[in-house]
Each structure stands twice: as C-alpha cells, then as structure tokens.
Design a protein around this ligand. Sequence first.
Ligand code: ZN
Ligand code: ZN
Length: 365
Amino acid sequence: MRTKVEESVAAVFRGVGQPLSLERFAAPQLQGEEALVRIRCATICGSDLHSYFGRRHSPMPCILGHEMVGEIVAMGPAGAKDVRGNSLALGDRVTWSMVWSCGECYYCTHGLRPKCERLMKFGHEEIAAGRALIGGMAEHCWLPEKTAIVRVPENVSDVVACPANCATSTVAAVFRNAGCVQGRVVVIHGAGMLGQTACAMASIEGAAEVIAIEPDAGRREQARRFGATAVLDSALPAADLLARVREVSAGRGADLGLELAGYPESIELGVTLLRPGGRFVMAGSTFPSRPVQLNAEQVVRRLITISGVYNYSPEDLEAALAFLSQAVKRFPFGELVERSYPLSEVNAAIQYADTAKPPRVALLP
Ligand SMILES: [Zn+2]
Ligand SMILES: [Zn+2]
C-alpha cells in the first residue's frame, strides 16, 4: 500500500507577521501502520490565529491547522487502524485526535493522555526532515502510528466534522469532567465555537436549563439556536445575572458552570453563580491573563469544586463524533463555518477569521 502521492503543497508558517508561504514537500515513505490522508477540509481555530499573530509561542517553521477531515490515500505495509484497533481502508473519511500520545508513559497509563510525556500536536510541530506534513493547512497530512483515528459518520459533513477534533472534543472532555448533566442547571460562559457546542451538548444530555452568558448579541441569538434556554449579556451587573440564574434554579444557583472563553471576569462571576456543592469546569484559559480573584472562604464553605480541562483523550474524540452525528439533526452546526477559501488563499482566510471573528472559517485544499 505504497503511496501514489509523490508530493504535497502546504502553507508554511515561518514567522510572526509573515504571510504563510505555499511550499512543496515530498510525500513520506510510510512505515508500519502509518497513513497518509488527503485533506478534504480544514478549519481555522483560534489557537492558529494566536500562533499566526504571535499571541502564543509556536515552533517554526510549522504547518498550522489541526482541525481537519481527510480521506486515507496511502497506508504503511501493516495497514492503518482506527482508535479501536479496527482496520481502516483506502478512501475512508476520517478525523483524528489533534493530540498524539504514546499510550505507554506514566501519564498515558494513569488516565492522563493529554499530558503524555511524548505528546505531539498536529499543527504545532516544527518541520523536520522526514516529518513535514503534520498540519491541516496542506493538501495532505501524515498520521504516525498510534494516532487516534476515527471514521466520520456519514451524516456529518466535512465542514461540520472539521472542528470535531478540537472544539467538539474539548467540549466532550469538559462534559466528561462535569459529570451528570441530566436535570441540571448549566451556565455556559462564552458563546463562541466551544460555547455553542456546549449549549447543544447540555441540551442533548438533558440539562433542565442551559444559560449562555456572552457579550455579543449575535452570538447570544445563535446560542438560542444551539439549545440555550436563556441568554444573558455578560455586561449586566453581577447581581442581576445572579438573580436571573436563581430564578430558574429554585433560588439555589447553578449546578454547573462551564468557562469556555478564558476571561478572568467570567471565572470570577461564574463561581459566584453556583449553588452550594456546585462544580465549575474551566477550559477557555489557554492564553496568558491576569490572575483570578477568588474568595477562598466561599469556595470552602460552599463546597465548590473547580477543575481545569486541557487537550483531551481519544475517548472524547469518539464521543464528539457520536454527539455531532446526533446533534446535526437538531442544531445548525453548518452555520458555524461562515466562509470557505481555497488553500491558495490561506492568508486572506486568516485575515478574515481574525477581523470578522466568525466561529470558524474553512480551507478547502
Ligand atoms: Zn483548535
Ligand atoms: Zn505517553
């Protein structure tokens, strides 16, 4: 099963403030259970923008992009396997965990694959000899052995499936961390890509109330289409927000708060909106911000649990795709990808994504 693909074009990030350059790379000679995928669609994530504009450290040169869907076009001599160990075939439409973990180190064997000691991230690796095509802004992507690959359900389109291996899986990890959602009052802070997905997931999991708190009016309206039962402007005084949450929770406060925007203000607010014994899960703070002010005595006396979620485990990717397959029937996931560009216009796509701030912009190689 040697590759017929001889070379591939990729958009290379060579420095902050420089446009990505389209460059040709030789296709890898596949070993063992490796696979080569032709990228059908990739979406631009907020963290790609952080890299491009120098708001987070990125290795260079590097092929950005980690949200993608592709089709297997070549496999190593041992064939490729999905995350469950089932054989994959040429032509299979797949996505894969953006986080590669070894499965053998201390963290991998202690239920913490996101902290693997040999962790590799697609779209976040320096280009080196023999391992160039490890990002989404390209025609092809190389999948090393042990990549957690999952087939995309037929009823999930490419653009809807693209964010599955970043945004949707992160939200799935947040919900796994949050525990039971059925019958609960859930407050979601931030209604971007993660927040909209979280509204839909809370709704599908049977939350009694799904309250989205977000400054942007357009996103608040969108949250209603994604299952929010109430939307609140984060600019309202904290006392008003607390009163609104208490109205729908028999005066107690929220059972669960999910912080998906990464703002210290929403963390500080979110903890005060919880009922005694409430749980607060944070996944938005993936960039530097000021320290958060918490009233420790209140956290203790009110039995509050606060936890952080970063990256995710292979099981979350499987959960994300199962969720999307179910959720596309009820929620307009297609509208989260506002525009598509060919790979040759990747720099225009990035500029649009950064200025217009739609939930996602797609690249179609
Ligand atoms: Zn991402
Ligand atoms: Zn490991």
